[in-house]
Design a protein around this ligand. Sequence first.
Ligand code: ZN
Length: 751
Amino acid sequence: MRFAAIPLLASLGGLAAVPLTPVAPPTSAELLGFTPASSQVERQWEAKFDALPNPARMRADMQHLSARPHNVGSPYDHENAEWLLQQFKDAGWDAHIERFEVLFPTPKERKLELVAPTQFTASLRETPVAGDPTSSQTDEQLPTYNAYSADGDVTGPLVYVNYGIPADYDSLARRGVSVKGAIVIARYGGSWRGIKPKVAAEHGAIGCIIYSDPRDDGYADGSVFPAGPMRPSQGVQRGSVADMPVYPGDPLTPGVGATKDAKRLSLKDAKTLTKIPVLPISYGDAQPFLSALTGPIAPESWRGGLPITYRLGPGAARVHLVVKSNWDIKPIYDVIGTMRGSTAPDEWVVRGNHHDAWVNGADDPIAGQVALLEEMRALGTLAKQGWKPKRTIIYAAWDGEEPGLLGSTEWAETHADELAKHAVAYLNSDTNGRGYLGIEGSHVLERFINGVARDITDPETGVSAERRLRARRIASTSGTARTEARTRRDLHIGALGSGSDYTAFLQHLGIPSVNLGYGGEDEGGVYHSIYDDFYWYTHFSDTSFVYGRALAQTAGTAVMRLADADVLPYDYTDLAETVQRYVSELQTLATNEADEATERNMELRDSTFTVINDPHDPLLPPPAEATVPHLEFAALQNAADSLTRASRRYDAAFARAIEGGGASFSAANAQLIHSEHLLTSDAGLPNRSWFKHLLYAPGYYTGYGVKTIPGVREAIEQHEWSLANQQIERVAAALNAEAALVDEVAGTLSR
Ligand SMILES: [Zn+2]
């Protein structure tokens, strides 16, 4: 995830003109969940920790870990795991490798050619770049492909489908363009890439090509590699196209760990493989295909940065696409290090970042992995100096993230029962670069992680990471969002969709999770290509590794606080506020859908579409809509109100207990540990029972992007009204149970 860059001076200028109202209490040295005395002790250890992460060592570690391609199944992937294990052991951790056996297809045959009206064969190759030493390691590089594409050999007319999301097919239909029996060409962006072949197949397409348009991460944004950081004409984005919104992890072992003897589905029964063959290409390869299209001109927002007229097709252009894979089972190696807690060893804080890459992967994932390593070493050093975390800390370097969150998902599924009982939080990172702290996660941790961000110094400006993020929000928003950025105690954190290793912990097991990373001032276009390497990173991203150090300080501080807090630092006021906001968003969404359906039907009846039609660029009228009923939101509103009231009682009891100290803390923790789990449902979401969280899920048709209160929201979006009402009941019941627990803990803390 990358933020749009905002010039630094503009945001600081905004601050100078309007002084920031003091909303956060940096006046108090007390940490959330700590008594005054234990806050002091904690701060002393944190000061020691803060000084330890070392940018020079991060640079050296990145050079080592990204020295060769290290995709799943490669020799260097295994070598890296063994090397990482040794780093854990050297730092004094109790560490081991946990191995799983996963389905990991690799290319056997790939072919893409234009067969009419002219002949062109795509190169499907990224060329080495002079001066970038690892780009020439062609023997070890995985060819450009999309993992978990179906095998196929298809020929058909070509149609351009923009991002290939459902709304794009509605537009095509109004222009009279069908993709039935066609091969579609979609550009990257707008959704998780696996959505593109899924939606294409739902509309009857027989093949799917995905290309990187230069408007999105190529020359439209800056100089291309090696002159600059952006995607060169031959750069290809590899990546998985598994249907991860159904379930991530090994396609053959949904819901259970992919251990050696696990029961496996046969290939034909694996639900997450694509139905049609898919292949990614560069914009160099894409241009001849897109130029060959005839038919209607593409809508303005669909046009990319190539020097051509973007058309939709179909026309005379015919394409031949062949994709065949070796469907092998490959080993993956998770490196797991444990530091046992002193007084609450059965409460676990889990921290992870993946180590596998598509190729050399300096940014994705080594930039995050080297920060994790420095945290791990620093905590090891503190332990040698006498620091004894109350809770158990588990550090994990995951394998197999790129193909489908394999290492984290299989580990979480294998240890599901223990994790559900013991895990108090999961902290994730992945890529890292220059810029602003990005925070997304469970809203019970919103207040906690804001507190951490207030205590981390931004390396470029010297202000806190939280102050910098707040200034940027003030400078870049308006209305309520800006008022809140100025005055709300805690900055809102985004909800988690999917796209990295927190997914199994949060969405399958209901463990409070946070994803952290710096970025936004590090534009680049080498994602999942051979050019994401040490040369690129040390020329164009966090070249001095000071943001690597900031990430280590941020995540490490969060781990320490979670491990040492007297009372688990969950906060229900921010959660309740967030739930209230989601509920009112859903009501607005339902009202808008009803209004739009009424309006559309009226315009169909009075022939508006026919009267405005331009016969030279004709648009068919959209289909009529069924009448939208009123939904029964009362149960959800009442449950949200109960949670709000409970959160207030909890806040008061929490404050008194922290002042009074002691007796009730461990009983309260034993109750609190289940609170996020109450926001899940064993039955899971409609059509995808693996996803159990009722507040957060990746969108069924967006993939990375989160859908909040997804059962209700997606039912409204899909116009499944009785399902929406059922889901409202289910979410209301979970929120009522949550409110009851929060009340109960308030009682415990008042004893
Ligand atoms: Zn990654």
